[in-house]
Design a protein around this ligand. Structure first.
Ligand code: GDP
Length: 306
């Protein structure tokens, strides 16, 4: 994902290697190159400004240390600041003391929510949880079926308002009201002792007031322990506006980056935690259900600077 950014930063640092001591001009030139590399990777402008400001300040005031040469010192500072904009430390999923825990997924259509629902269900199942998936995306004709396919692959049941389910294991909710589906899903989780409920919601291609309200209504109906905003890491400069709209419309407690396996520039990955003040909990790295990682800011920073 970050191949270009990684190469650009590495070559910037290489130029410093021959220097015994860094002058202010050296530092400014380095910071300028870092700024260009981040902007070319589509990192949001305010994040770039904050990042380069912090790097410059720390590089200028860095003590000459015996252990690290000036180039290594700059690498360390950039590494620390990358970890910081990525959210510092991993924050584990917040699960309720009294199950079932409710996890609501929100994001644009195509962001990777339904796929993520299956990945998260599989991940939780492997930890001994007994998740139930809820298909509250009734906007897209295929969304319910898609979640059922994903659930089957993960070996996790799906609560869905699907006529085909009549008389089967799963309850049927009359009509197609996603708020009612979510509410019934929660009741079913209680009744069948599922300890985690994962609710998939609808998303449009652009931010849409009606669907935002629908997600907020679902939120109010099921009182989630986590609201995870799923964002396609390839979204580029739209990341900030999209995240802000979801923050205002639904509110979210954490972020999931999807499609981190893509070869695009990855600016969303580097902007969204910093801009929203919400931690990145997980990363989705492919179409298979096992292409899923707990997100560790320090490991991601090392990957970028490797
Ligand atoms: P939703 O509309 O938010 O529910 O998004 P979907 O889960 O349907 O995903 C949209 C498309 O992106 C599907 O074709 C998925 O297979 C694909 N997809 C989801 N997550 C990833 C990922 O991490 N990497 C890649 N390469 N594709 C993904």
């Amino acid at each position: 994902m970050f191949a270009t950014l990684s190469d650009r930063l590495t070559s910037t640092f290489k130029n410093l290697r021959s220097k015994g001591r860094l002058s202010e001009a050296d530092i400014d030139a380095t910071v300028r190159e870092i700024r260009r590399a981040l902007l070319d990777a589509d990192v949001a402008v305010p994040v770039v400004r904050q990042f380069t400001g912090a790097v410059r300040e720390r590089a200028l005031s860095a003590e000459v240390s015996g252990a690290l040469n000036p180039a290594q010192q700059v690498v360390k500072i950039v590494n620390d600041e990358l970890v910081a904009i990525l959210g510092g430390q991993n924050r584990p999923l917040n699960l309720a003391k009294n199950p079932p825990s409710v996890i609501l997924l929100a994001g644009l259509q195509g962001a990777g929510k339904t796929t993520l629902a299956g990945k998260l269900a599989l991940h939780l199942k492997s930890q001994g949880h007994t998740p139930l998936l809820v298909a509250a995306d009734l906007q897209r004709p295929n969304a319910v079926t898609q979640l059922q396919v994903v659930g089957e692959r993960a070996g996790v049941p799906v609560f869905a308002p699907h006529p085909g389910n009549q008389g089967s294991e799963l309850d049927v909710v009359s009509g197609a009201d996603p708020v009612a589906v979510a509410r019934e899903g929660l009741a079913t989780a209680h009744a069948r002792q599922h300890d985690v409920l994962i609710v998939d919601t609808a998303g449009r291609l652009g931010v849409d007031a009606e669907l935002m309200q629908q997600a907020a209504d679902i939120r109010d109906a099921v009182s989630p322990d986590e609201i995870l905003f799923v964002i396609d890491a390839m979204i580029g400069q739209d990341a900030v506006a999209t995240a802000t709209a979801f923050q205002e419309g639904v509110g979210f407690t954490g972020v999931v980056l999807s499609k981190l396996d893509g070869d695009a520039r990855g600016g969303a990955a580097l902007s969204v935690a910093s801009v929203t003040g919400r931690p990145i909990l997980f990363a989705s790295t492919g179409e298979k259900l096992t292409d899923f990682e707990v997100f560790h800011p320090d490991r991601m920073a090392s990957r970028i600077l490797d």
